[in-house]
Design a protein around this ligand. Structure first.
Ligand code: C5J
Length: 225
């Protein structure tokens, strides 16, 4: 495979054609607090196994992108330790006893530099892979993601990570409005809620691909091979 080749992936609502050189793997928020037993997500009563099933397919996709020396980026949701970038509305939403910035099972919740905020070891970024620290749900809001992608000539994204209906969907909508084509491998994105997983994917590919395409990692890996 040459980086200049155009590759076709079986996808819905129709084939996704991509040029590997211009297509980045964007892995959203695979953070310990969301995925690990004993983390903040589980503390809130969520079933982390719904997210953990995405680890293995993400590892395979990540390995393929690294082998082909293609662009990989990671994101983390979180805030400055002084919480100066945390909107008060986000802090109090949910009326939970424990909220962002408070001590949690893996350090202060969603605070940069804390153990729970970091990416799970299975998908840990290489030094050469940009990590986008984002204060919001979307990876483009208040970050330099768009500038980094433009500087590298990236026009297409394979978007994976968690959670399907929150940070993955928000990022895809932001990317779509900025002119990127997005493909989502269904097995590489996860939600704590099966019904949101299903509808989160349906919404992306509805109406002829209103926000993008949906496929499976095996289709992407087969096309790359
Ligand atoms: C993400 C969240 N990453 N669910 N955050 O989706 O709050």
């Amino acid at each position: 495979m040459h980086n200049t080749d155009i590759i076709s992936v079986n996808a819905e609502p129709y084939s996704f054609e991509f040029s590997p050189k211009h297509c980045a793997l964007l892995i959203i928020d695979m953070q310990r607090d969301f995925l690990e037993p004993g983390g903040f997500g589980e503390m809130l009563g969520n079933d982390v196994s719904q997210l953990r099933r995405t680890i293995e397919p993400n590892q395979k996709l990540l390995a393929a992108w690294r082998t082909q020396q293609l662009t990989v980026l990671h994101t983390r949701e979180g805030h400055r330790p002084d919480l100066s970038d945390l909107p008060p509305a986000k802090k109090i939403r949910g009326r939970s006893k424990t909220s962002i910035g408070d001590p949690g099972p893996m350090g202060r919740i969603l605070v940069r530099g804390e153990i729970g905020h970091d990416i799970i070891p299975e998908l840990y970024p290489l030094k050469t892979e940009p990590v986008i620290d984002k204060p919001g749900k979307g990876a483009f809001f208040a970050t330099d993601l768009h500038a980094i992608l433009q500087n590298r000539g990236i026009t297409q994204l394979i978007v994976t990570g968690v959670t399907t209906e929150v940070c993955v969907n928000t990022t895809i909508r932001e990317a779509n409005d900025r002119g990127y084509d997005c493909l989502v491998p269904s097995d590489c994105v996860g939600s704590y809620f099966p019904e949101f997983q299903k509808m989160g994917l349906e919404m992306i590919k509805a109406q002829g691909g209103i926000f993008g395409w949906v496929s499976h990692s095996r289709e992407i890996l087969a096309a790359l091979a």
